[in-house]
Design a protein around this ligand. Structure first.
Ligand code: SAH
Length: 251
């Protein structure tokens, strides 16, 4: 893709995800379950949600810890949506620090985070690249919770393998991702697979509704077709891949 068509593609994808609670698969109860099993964070924890979208994770973290959350996303559309949501959420506005920027280019001091959260976003940098770039930001023994598309099996049926090999060539098995995490200076605390049901209820169903209602331009049409293909595959093959949440500790 040249830069223009890449920008067009991102604009269409952004348009598709406008007004949704999530821009990727996730689930609040599932997230709270993970948080409830994390080691205790220090007092006044320094928390960031990277690739926050309109803030599903950031808002949950702010509420859960009653602490400020630096919420970073490159999209001004989603950052504005996050600001509006924070205003509506009782008592959270002052805890959300929205930052429009590149999560690969953060100029924060070394060791300045106690909890790094990133849902459905690391793949934009590549999982290993994201881990390597983010590791220096973490304080000693800080925690990173990062969700990443992962293969759940070695014998993945051909249609799913072909689609994802094209869409995300470096997508790894959980064992591969674990090895990437270790190489990048993390130890593993736990992994959690997001249930397939959460993909449908919290992401694909609202996305499908949005696709029905939005104005269809040729540019949007091609992104919609691709998304429908992605949904068809997930309906058939969700036993073979999905989002794994890697709970990591700076080693
Ligand atoms: N975490 C949110 C959004 C996931 S979608 C949720 O789970 O709902 C991925 C997000 O990553 C998008 O909002 C996109 O704008 C953002 N993104 C992609 N590349 C980025 C980059 N280099 N820096 C910051 N944000 C980025």
């Amino acid at each position: 893709m040249n830069t223009d068509s890449q920008n067009d593609y991102v604009a269409a994808l952004t348009d598709l995800h406008r007004g949704l609670e999530r821009q990727g698969p996730g689930d609040s109860d599932f997230s709270r379950h993970i948080l409830s099993h994390l080691p205790t964070l220090p007092p006044k924890p320094r928390i960031a949600d990277l690739g926050c979208g309109s803030g599903a994770g950031a808002l949950l973290l702010a509420q859960y810890y009653q602490s400020p959350v630096m919420a970073v996303d490159s999209s001004s559309v989603f950052i504005e949506e996050l600001k509006a949501r924070a205003k509506l959420a009782a008592g959270l506005e002052h805890l959300i620090i929205p930052i429009q920027g590149d999560m690969a280019e953060l100029d924060w001091p070394v060791g300045s985070l106690d909890l790094l959260w990133s849902e459905g976003a690391a793949y934009n940098l590549g999982f290993e690249q994201a881990l390597k770039i983010w590791r220096p930001l973490l304080a000693n023994s800080a925690i990173a919770v990062i969700s990443e598309m992962s293969w759940f099996a070695d014998d993945v049926p051909e249609p799913a393998r072909t689609y994802w090999q094209n869409a995300y060539p470096t997508m790894g098995t959980e064992a591969e991702n674990l090895a990437r995490a270790r190489r990048s200076g993390f130890s593993l605390l736990s992994t959690h697979r997001l249930p397939a049901q959460a993909w449908w209820v919290n992401y694909y169903d609202p996305l499908r509704e949005r696709m029905r209602q939005m104005e269809i331009t040729p540019r949007i049409q091609s992104v919609i077709r691709e998304t429908e293909e992605e949904m068809r595959l997930f309906a058939k093959f969700s036993d073979f891949y999905g989002y794994t949440f890697y709970v990591l500790q700076a080693a």
